[in-house]
Design a protein around this ligand. Structure first.
Ligand code: DON
Length: 362
């Protein structure tokens, strides 16, 4: 039983225990307020330092680099050709500091992780309530491309992270043409990352030539009146968004923007509306790893999103994000090594959101 006094102390420590990498304000700043020189070097005695985080990242890299479990995605043919040994880990804090290990500058396709940021764009435009009504946020417990889920779920769309819900989310974004919508999405992702992102043409061509399953999902949505723009155009824009290239560094920065209440930690730009961040993160917790989401929440306790390109980004609200890239996937389509690394780092740093340890309680 913790006394009131102890609880109060713990919550003060918890508030100061922002994941600061040793140089952030003692309290979470307004989104636009960046750390000043007066605060540089200050950190809670119980917050991990940059050196401690780097040590844990190095340990994880060494521990898992020789793991050969899993298999590259091959239903998008070019993904089977990506070197399965590529492996990069990046942590970015909400004050823009970075620690890393491995192949952090290799551009891979963002795939389903894009769904988070198209959701954010749709929510910027329509607000949380409207998007919830049009898409929903129910975990399907089924694979990401499940036809059965579209038929069985009362909302049909399920949630923004399964393919059907993601295609419907793209259809919600306003634009005068499909091309303009694609440009708008790419510009938005670039602002979230704080640098210009581009399409990986070979991935787009490979997926566009083989995505009959997604076209079928979109046709089913049309039957249920749960798609809100031209069906095939929506699938095409969705396919392009999945083919955006990101490095582990850029992906970690995108995650840190979510952690930083929607403001990019380096540019300071408020890209994602602050008020929508909790819904985006809660939906990631429930459905970010598809039919692996329950196990992920049980073991790790962080909102995260995976993609079949081999990336996973996990967000620690108010503190930072960790992105890992390693192509071989498990049966649910989630990178094996990325899950191992994030599980390890989250445990070592005590950042499981559901654990009182994350706010400093022993
Ligand atoms: O639509 C697809 O199947 C892919 N573009 C994205 C799927 C995906 O990344 C699922 N991830 N774990």
């Amino acid at each position: 039983m913790v006394s009131n006094m102890k609880r109060k102390t713990a919550s003060i420590i918890g508030f100061a225990l922002l994941w600061t990498l040793a140089a952030a304000p003692a309290a979470f700043p307004q989104a636009s307020a960046k750390p000043t020189t007066q605060t540089a070097g200050q950190h809670s005695p119980v917050a991990p330092t940059k050196e401690q985080i780097q040590a844990v990242v190095n340990e994880a890299y060494e521990k898992f680099k020789s793991n050969t479990e899993g298999k590259n995605a091959d239903y998008i043919p070019v993904l089977a050709q990506v070197d399965p040994k590529l492996f990069g880990i990046v942590v970015v804090s909400t004050d823009g500091q970075m620690v890393s290990a491995g192949d952090i500058n290799h551009a891979f396709s963002i795939q389903s992780i894009s769904k988070v940021f198209s959701l954010a764009l749709a929510m910027n435009e329509l607000g949380a309530d409207k998007v919830f009504e049009k898409i929903g946020s129910e975990p399907t417990g089924r694979p990401f491309n499940s036809v059965e889920a579209v038929v069985d779920m009362p909302t049909h769309t399920g949630n923004p992270y399964v393919n059907a819900g993601a295609i419907a989310t793209v259809s919600l974004i306003s634009a005068p043409s499909a091309d303009a919508k694609w440009q708008k999405i790419l510009d938005f992702y670039s602002k979230v990352a704080g640098e210009k992102l581009t399409l990986l043409q070979d991935v787009y061509k490979s997926e566009a030539a083989t995505n009959t399953g997604n076209k079928a999902l979109a046709a089913l949505l049309l039957k249920y009146e749960r798609i809100y723009a031209d069906t095939l155009e929506s699938v095409d824009v969705y396919t392009k968004q999945c083919s955006v290239g990101v490095t582990a560094k850029q992906l970690a920065m995108m995650g840190a923007t979510l952690a930083d209440y929607g403001a990019n930690p380096v540019t300071g730009e408020q890209v994602i509306k602050r008020e929508n961040v909790p819904e985006i993160l809660s939906s990631m917790t429930m459905a970010g790893l598809y039919d692996g989401s329950g196990g992920w929440a049980w073991h790790v306790g962080l909102p995260a999103k995976s993609g079949v390109g081999g990336g996973i980004v996990a967000v620690v609200p108010g503190k930072g994000a960790i992105a890992v890239f390693a192509p071989p996937l498990d049966k649910a389509g989630n990178s094996v090594k990325a899950q191992l690394v994030i599980t390890y780092v989250a445990d070592k740093l005590g950042i499981n959101l559901f654990s009182p340890r994350s706010v400093g309680l022993k």
